[in-house]
Design a protein around this ligand. Structure first.
Ligand code: GLC
Length: 429
């Protein structure tokens, strides 16, 4: 009985508090539909923060689950937004989409004036389309090399700084571990499925061999060059040797599954994989290091594809003010700090990189600030609305090379005219 009374009183109290919160804000209770991706712990974190906001503000949030694959998610958003649908109010959008989706997104500048200067200016600029702030930065990504520190130590191998070193160490450790009974050990896992993630991986290989960025900032299609071909051929030689053939169908979570099960020496992924590798119960807890992705040789450089996600409000939302308030809350310092501590999501707020707790939980964020310095942006600024077609053609060409359907020089020779056609003779916009 007591429990019943307690529950009743607490529900009553909650209702009174919520009504108070709404009265104070002068708004009606709204149901906000929030589209979040679910890579790793993303969905859980998204839900946690949204629930806190809903409780505090007296609104309701419904999570709309969307595909983990960036490419599939984009297709879904394009479908919903071009139909003017109000089925989603707030959307998690990729750093490469402001140009593609911006026309359907609300200008958040009037809501975000106070906080904008706290974010890295590069992200704010990326999210600004024709003077409109179409999304607020939420977390930053850059490709990283994860390695098994215990295995490198056991086999007296250094952390590789070139792709050649990585291939050699991966092979040596894989073979030795297999001979010692770890039959399922592989050298290197990454994202080789034909989707946006492969464009990210392949851009790193190409840029680290000084082979350019597919389309250069001046609009020139640069991908058909011997260094880019060498980069793709190098990666193709891993498949079936140090990388399982199944890597050709791996996205982020498939590669993490193998690495986290203790069945790979190296993995290319994004920062989120760190917190999961180090979590209680992880088979590789305490056995993982993070480094810059290797350089190509000769004369290459470290390159990490710049990624990240922002939060946007659909223009077709019937609850724009509440939706914008949710975005402000979700991208605020306390939420970004919580996500950094528990989920190793890189903040987009400058000050958090001086936060001792964050740096302690994620040593790589301090040690590898460099990975942002070495970051390579995908050619979205220059290709604008046609970026997705460019990327689609690029990931297909890369996939053909990786799967042995085509040689690298042939695939790139075919890709060049396709991209040139897309550019309408060098004019992208
Ligand atoms: C991550 C990055 C995003 C990238 C995607 C590719 O989600 O944040 O920028 O496009 O991975 O899979």
């Amino acid at each position: 009985m007591n429990t019943f009374v307690n529950a009743f009183v607490s529900i009553l109290l909650r209702t009174v508090l919520l009504a108070g919160a709404l009265l104070a804000s002068g708004t009606q209770a709204a149901t906000i539909r929030l589209a979040c991706s679910g890579v790793g712990q993303e969905l859980q974190f998204c839900r946690d923060a949204a629930d806190t906001w809903a409780r505090d503000k007296g609104h309701e949030v419904q999570i709309v689950t969307v595909p983990n694959s960036a490419s599939e998610r984009l297709a879904l958003y394009q479908q919903l937004l071009s139909a003017g649908s109000d089925k989603v109010d707030v959307l998690q959008i990729d750093v490469i989409w402001p140009g593609l989706l911006g026309q359907h997104l609300l200008d958040l500048r009037p809501y975000a004036k106070q906080v904008l200067a706290q974010h890295f200016p590069g992200f704010v600029a990326n999210n600004t389309q024709q003077g409109r702030l179409v999304a607020l930065p939420w977390f930053a990504n850059a490709g990283l090399l994860f390695y098994r520190s215990d295995l490198l130590e056991k086999h007296a191998e250094p952390v590789p700084t070139t792709w050649q070193q990585l291939s050699r160490s991966a092979r040596k450790i894989q073979d030795a571990e297999r001979a010692a009974g770890q039959a399922r050990m592989w050298g290197f896992v990454w994202q080789g499925r034909a989707y946006e993630g492969l464009s990210c991986n392949a851009l790193e290989w190409v840029a680290s061999h000084d082979g350019g960025t597919i389309v250069e900032p001046d609009g020139k299609v640069s991908i058909h060059n011997p260094r880019a071909a060498q980069a793709l051929a190098t990666a193709a030689a891993w498949v079936g040797q140090i990388s399982p053939t199944a890597v050709l169908n791996y996205a982020e979570e498939e590669s993490r599954g193998v690495f986290q099960a203790g069945q790979a020496v190296f993995m290319r992924s994004w920062p989120y994989a760190w917190a999961l590798a180090q979590a209680q119960g992880s088979a590789i807890r305490g056995k993982v290091g993070v480094a810059l992705l290797p350089r190509g040789e000769p004369g290459g450089r470290h390159a990490a594809t710049l990624g990240g996600e922002s939060l946007a409000v659909s223009k077709y939302s019937k609850h724009a003010a509440a939706a914008a308030d949710l975005v402000l809350y979700m991208s605020s310092a306390p939420v970004q700090k919580d996500r950094a501590l528990r989920g190793s999501f890189n903040p987009t707020l400058r000050a958090l990189y001086r936060d001792a707790e964050i740096l302690q939980a994620n040593p790589f964020m301090g040690e590898l600030v460099d990975s942002f310095e070495h970051a390579v942006a995908r050619p979205t600024a220059v290709t604008g609305a046609r970026y997705n077609q460019v990327s689609h053609a690029f990931w297909n060409a890369a996939h053909d090379v990786l799967s042995g359907r085509d040689t690298a020089p042939e695939a790139l020779a075919r890709l060049e005219p396709t991209l040139k056609r897309l550019s309408r003779r060098g004019k992208w916009n």
